[in-house]
Design a protein around this ligand. Structure first.
Ligand SMILES: [Zn+2]
Length: 1107
């Protein structure tokens, strides 16, 4: 019998042979051999000592076997589990213990250490607690000491660094390693370009990069920023064949992490980092494989670009509307109590908030709010149940009876007469509003008569009030903020404004047509302003046939009775001429590779070559007289007309302009909507426009949406239309930001740039740019007046003034239905008992598409088609086409003059601050009180971040399913009727997408029209209909940007869908419409099966960013 010793030797030899032979050796054989060795070691103390003793290779062989085992395991499918078993049996601990034991020998065996670390680096990847174990047992320190003592021993360094890397995800380890001098150590290993040891360098950089994610380590590394930049340049210069991109990327990653802290950014700027990265990146631009380097460089440069405040005296709106009633805790009081200089931006120190994904550069990361939505779902089931408490006493609601005359109309005075359209001349006196100072009634817009002027409130210290005498009815007070001084100047300017009594002044200085055909007149100051008087003759395109609801003269009349805070005295051409939808298709733009990067680099150039920058203010609403622009060198801008929004324009380069949008009135943000005029352009020059104070983190401008442009020359040539225009469009975070105070407590919020380029085709043109197809309040009034003219004796149309807005505009309410066929009891009864459909739109002024959809609805409803007639016979329509006239008039994006989002006020609207919402809700409360709650309620909106048209509705069940409440959802009773209308729409309206609909109730939406009407009024079919501002990615219009034709079609299709809904919901007719019945059964089936796991695709899309 061989001795135990001999057997052990024999076994280790065969193991060694096995290791040498192949990695793919059957682990079973290795297991058998090691099992025998184990047995020997356990039973024979002497053998154990011999195997692990110095000079014997036993230990090394066993470790090598283990390494083979780990490698093989990692390389075969399911092998990870085998290592998992090893880990779970305490393998990591044993290995770490071996490190400790080995470190106690002096000197430690290099070979054992090397093998131990090789194995540990691999095992560590499969052990989530590896870092903690290594630290606690002390092995981490051993590794660090080993590193320190073997800086020249590249063979040993590599596995040790790999072990450190595995330990680094633990933040505690990162900090403790930093304290232990490992950051410094790494800087000793990394160095300039060398063909040697590149894999070690790569691992060192990765380790360093991981260490620098800790702020304290980043602080330690700040002094090394110049070194890193030097090394980066060295590799950039020498790695001409781009074989070491990963090393170069590793250096940049270290810089990226250091510049997460303020000191790091400062060190980077001081070390000329901007210029170095800018230059190296520009040299890389032609090589596509170097994109990762350019992208990371660009990320670092953007982060380090000194933060700046917007070039404005204050970010508060340039216009201020003095509210009669300013609630103490409200947004306006808060805003105007802010200290001076609150906009000032400081580089917000060590925030990691900037740690954005690197792929935000060029990768199309579509919206990710799928998850964001989840936190927002209402989980309180009591808030999802009908609310019956706060309903108001009927006595209080009774005054709204007069808006529902059709419900009591008996037509005894003769059916042939059109219903007297009793326009309300007086605003409603609100019983609860005793505190309100006496409010003077204003003429209804279409009447043009003028009641008595109201007393002007006393002057505020901070503001100045200018009374505008408008056709004699001067009862509105307006004022303007004063960033600087110049009260008198402003007064003078305000008084000098041209009154609308004279000939209409069109923006752009071209005279408008007055009166009837052929009669052309010059605007008063035309001759003074422009040199050429030849062009005073203006040919108004004849659009009467194409645009039956448009009439330029009528438009000007409407403008005269529109009240604006800035007291606009000009009319923009597009609103005057009208818009005829183009016949050609406008495709969603393909994104050109590298555009965003190029634009960002051009921005960075401003810092690197400051002398190339003109920085010339060419338009500025904040100073009393906008700068006079010299002849031909700069563009001229203007935004002082209804719905206009542009606060400032700065020429930065010969053909490049920075544009700043104005905040919503009485607020300091919500910049998105723009509408302005440009003239003085050069034909063919490559203009670039940058809107520099956008706020949302992403935009459809990154996904193919273009801006809208209207050329007056084109209009005069017979093409009066808004067209999608602009190239090189993109949207990205810039270096402007606002202070945390100004941002309402949020850390200094960055602004975003929306940039587009374009060339102009006509000399002496006046062009307009807008975020979306404009639709002004005056346009609405014109359309309503024209619609009234379309009324036939069979149509019942009434227009009431629901109330006056804060700004003194009236909010129209329409009632549309069919006249009864006769005065017989039956007919009158049918007439009065028609179900109601309640529609509203344009609560958000920037969502002009909602108005175009509403126009489609109104035109269809007033139309002469048999469908329209059936629809009128089927329902009584109550429509508030513009819930926020003041916001629309004044060029706001989101708010009313109270500085608030009106679609967040439905729970408790104030009659003083939110009159349109208060009274619209009252109408609905009145209807509920008389048991006539509408069958359908729908509020039209626009969505800035999603494509297609879709609906948000409210469902208790679907909300509960989305939450993790294991509530007995099956026992919840809920009618599925809310799904019918969207389903019908998806079958007939090409732009409509059912997949984008959602019926989940979110907490953040609990005060919106949709949710309140559902919960408080009890309308099961209560919706928000969202129309894209961009275009469609499904259906007939797939790949096309949305236009007014498609939007109007959507509004018409909505009506047709209501007709189908009517047929489906009236039980008598069900049998005759078997095919439609499928819709319902189809829906019912889907829902019945609905468990949480197989919910309808509908519920999966949880993107409710925008109601
Ligand atoms: Zn909206």
């Amino acid at each position: 019998l061989p001795s135990c010793k001999a057997l052990a030797e024999c076994l280790t030899l065969s193991l060694e042979k096995l290791n040498r032979e192949s990695m793919l050796v059957d682990p079973e054989i290795a297991r058998q051999i090691t099992a025998k060795i184990l047995h020997l070691i356990q039973t024979q103390e002497k053998t154990r000592k011999e195997i692990v003793s110095k000079g014997s290779s036993g230990m090394e062989v066993i470790l090598a076997t283990l390494e083979v085992f780990v490698c093989v395991s990692l390389s075969v499918p399911g092998g990870g589990r085998r290592i998992g078993v090893f880990v779970s049996k305490g393998g990591t601990g044993i290995l770490l213990q071996l490190v400790i034991s080995a470190s106690k020998e002096s000197p430690p065996s290099e070979e054992v250490m090397l093998q131990l670390h090789s194995v540990l680096a691999k095992v560590g990847q499969k052990d989530r607690k590896f870092g903690v174990k290594a630290r606690l047992n002390g092995a981490l320190n051993v590794t660090v000491n080993l590193l320190k003592q073997n800086l020249q021993n590249y063979k040993l360094l590599l596995p040790c660094l790999l072990v450190l890397q595995v330990c680094l995800p633990s933040a505690v380890n990162a900090v403790s390693l930093g304290k232990n001098g490992v950051v410094e150590l790494m800087f000793k290993i990394i160095g300039p370009y060398s063909k040697k040891n590149t894999s070690l360098l790569k691992v060192s950089l990765d380790t360093l990069g991981a260490l620098l994610k800790s702020k304290t380590n980043a602080q330690r590394a700040v002094v090394h920023v110049p070194v890193l930049l030097y090394i980066y340049q060295d590799w950039h210069r020498n790695d001409t064949r781009h074989r070491h991109i990963l090393i170069r990327k590793g250096i940049l990653s270290c810089l990226k992490n250091i510049t997460n802290i303020k000191l790091g950014r400062k060190a980077f700027i001081d070390a000329d980092g901007m210029r170095i990265l800018y230059n190296t990146s520009t040299e890389c631009l032609s090589v596509r494989t170097l994109d990762p380097l350019i992208n990371t460089s660009s990320l670092i440069m953007r982060k380090c670009f000194p933060k700046n405040r917007l070039p404005l005296p204050t970010i508060k709106s340039v216009f201020h509307h003095q509210l009669l009633h300013v609630p103490a805790g409200g947004p306006v009081a808060q805003l105007y109590n802010q200290p001076l200089g609150m906009d000032d931006v400081v580089d917000e120190s060590d925030n990691n908030e900037e740690a954005e994904a690197e792929n935000d550069m060029e990768n199309e990361v579509e919206e990710k709010d799928h998850h964001a939505g989840n936190d927002d779902i209402e989980t309180d089931i009591n808030k999802l149940r009908p609310k019956e408490t706060h309903s108001r006493p009927f006595e209080e609601l009774k005054i709204y009876e007069r808006f529902f005359m059709e419900l009591s109309e008996d037509f005894q005075k003769g059916v042939t007469a059109t219903p007297a359209a009793p326009k309300s001349h007086r605003p409603i006196i609100v019983p609860t509003a005793q505190a309100l100072p006496p409010k003077t009634p204003t003429a209804a817009p279409l009447q043009g008569e003028c009641p008595h002027p109201a007393p002007v409130p006393a002057l505020d210290l901070d503001t100045i009030n200018i009374t505008k005498d408008q056709d004699g009815c001067g009862d509105h007070t307006h004022s303007r903020t004063h960033p600087g001084a110049g009260l008198e100047q402003e007064l003078v300017q305000g008084l000098e404004r041209v009154s609308l009594d004279g000939p209409p002044i069109l923006a752009g200085g071209v005279a408008a047509r007055l009166g009837g055909e052929g009669e052309e007149m010059l605007a008063e100051d035309w001759a003074e302003e422009e040199e050429s008087s030849e062009e005073g003759v203006l040919h108004v395109p004849d659009t009467a046939l194409l645009l039956p609801l448009h009439d330029p003269d009528l438009y000007v009349e409407m403008v005269k009775s529109t009240s604006s805070v800035p007291q606009f005295s000009e009319v923009a051409y597009p609103d005057y001429f009208g818009h005829v939808a183009p016949t050609s298709r406008e495709h969603i733009l393909e994104r050109v590779y590298g555009v965003q990067r190029t634009k960002i680099f051009q921005d960075i150039e401003r810092l690197i070559h400051p002398n190339d920058i003109l920085d010339k203010v060419v338009y500025d609403l904040d100073i009393q007289s906008c700068p006079v622009v010299d002849g031909g060198e700069s563009l001229k801008f203007n935004s002082q007309f209804e719905s206009g929004n542009l606060r400032k324009a700065v020429q930065v380069r010969k053909f490049e302009y920075d544009l700043v949008l104005n905040s919503d009135i009485n607020s300091n943000h919500y910049h998105q909507w723009f509408y302005f005029e440009v003239s003085g352009m050069r034909v063919g020059a490559p203009y670039r426009f940058n809107i520099i104070n956008c706020e949302k983190s992403n935009s459809q401008f990154n996904y193919g949406m273009q801006v809208l442009m209207y050329s007056v020359q084109e209009a005069i040539s017979g093409r009066p239309r808004w067209v999608r225009t602009g190239t090189d469009i993109c949207y990205y975070k810039n270096h402007f930001s606002r202070s945390s105070i100004a941002a309402g407590g949020q850390k200094g919020k960055s602004y975003y740039t929306m940039t587009f380029s374009m060339t102009f085709n006509h000399k002496d043109d006046v062009c307009y740019f807008a975020y979306h197809y404009p639709y002004t309040y005056s346009t609405l009034k014109m359309h309503l007046q024209k619609l009234e003219a379309l009324r036939t004796p069979q149509t019942y149309l009434r227009e009431d003034v629901l109330c006056e807005t804060l700004g003194g505009n009236s909010c129209p309410l329409l009632t549309i239905t069919a006249m009864p066929e006769s005065t017989s009891n039956d007919q009158i009864c049918q007439f009065r008992n028609r179900p109601l459909v309640f529609l509203s739109s344009r609560v958000h002024p920037g969502e002009t598409n909602a108005s175009w959809v509403m126009k489609g609805t109104l035109e269809f409803l007033m139309g002469s088609s048999p469908l329209a007639h059936s629809l009128r016979e089927a329902y009584i329509f109550k429509i508030v086409p513009m819930l926020n006239p003041d916001g629309v008039v004044n060029g706001n994006h989101r708010c009313s003059l109270s500085g608030e989002d009106l679609n967040r006020q439905w729970q408790n609207p104030s009659p003083e601050l939110h009159p349109t919402i208060y009274h619209t809700k009252s109408l609905l409360q009145y209807l509920a009180a008389i048991q006539r709650a509408p069958l359908v309620f729908c509020d039209y909106h626009g969505h800035s971040r999603k494509k297609n048209v879709f609906m948000y509705g409210c469902s208790l069940k679907e909300t509960v399913w989305e939450t993790n409440i294991s509530a007995t959802s099956c026992e919840l009773h809920e009618d599925l009727g809310y799904r019918t209308l969207p389903k019908i729409l998806s079958q007939m309206a090409p732009a409509f997408s059912l997949a984008s609909c959602s019926f989940v109730v979110e907490r953040s939406k609990e005060a919106t029209a949709r949710v309140v009407v559902w919960r408080e009024i009890g309308v099961q079919r209560s919706y928000t209909m969202e129309s894209t501002l961009c275009g469609c990615d499904q259906g007939k219009y797939k790949g096309l940007q949305i236009g007014t034709r498609e939007l109007e079609e959507m509004g018409a299709q909505f009506c047709v869908a209501l007709l189908r809904l009517k047929r489906l919901t009236s039980p008598l007719k069900l049998r005759n419409h078997a095919h439609l019945l499928d819709v319902e059964s189809d829906l019912t089936e889907t829902r019945c099966k609905g468990s949480r796991s197989d919910t309808h695709p509908l519920t999966r899309s949880l993107t409710h960013t925008h109601t």
